[in-house]
Design a protein around this ligand. Structure first.
Ligand SMILES: [Cu+2]
Length: 120
């Protein structure tokens, strides 16, 4: 009986640990697509990570005017997502090299871009 309790406890600890590790991200940040005086932005415009970190970005499209879809792209890391108005999407990638990389809306060149800064 005591062994069974111990086994169950160990199982609980192991599964709890697995659950905690599965969604691991070193950086989590929310970016919102907004419109200011007719200009469209992903804000905040800068995302900072250190090399090797896993970055998870939550993207919200809050732009009330047309068009209803906006893109979020970090070409250097293969990120390209389209977010509908009112929708929230998540992208995750590993910042595996240093540098300053452009963030933009791949659908609209006029949409103000930002930057991903990956530090050593
Ligand atoms: Cu756009």
């Amino acid at each position: 009986m005591r062994h069974l309790a111990f086994a169950l406890l160990a199982l609980g600890l192991l599964s709890g640990r697995a659950l905690a590790e599965a969604p691991a991200a070193d950086i989590t940040q929310t970016l919102v697509s907004v419109e200011i005086d007719g200009a469209k932005f992903w804000l905040p415009g800068t995302v900072v990570a250190k090399k090797g970190q896993t970055v998870r970005l939550t993207l919200m499209n809050k732009i009330p005017s047309e068009p209803s879809q906006h893109g979020f792209s970090i070409a250097a890391f293969g990120v390209a997502e389209v977010i509908n108005r009112g929708e929230t999407k998540t992208v995750t990638f590993k910042a595996d090299r240093t540098g300053i990389f452009p963030i933009n809306c791949q659908l609209h060149p006029a949409h103000v871009g930002g930057q991903l800064v990956v530090l050593p």
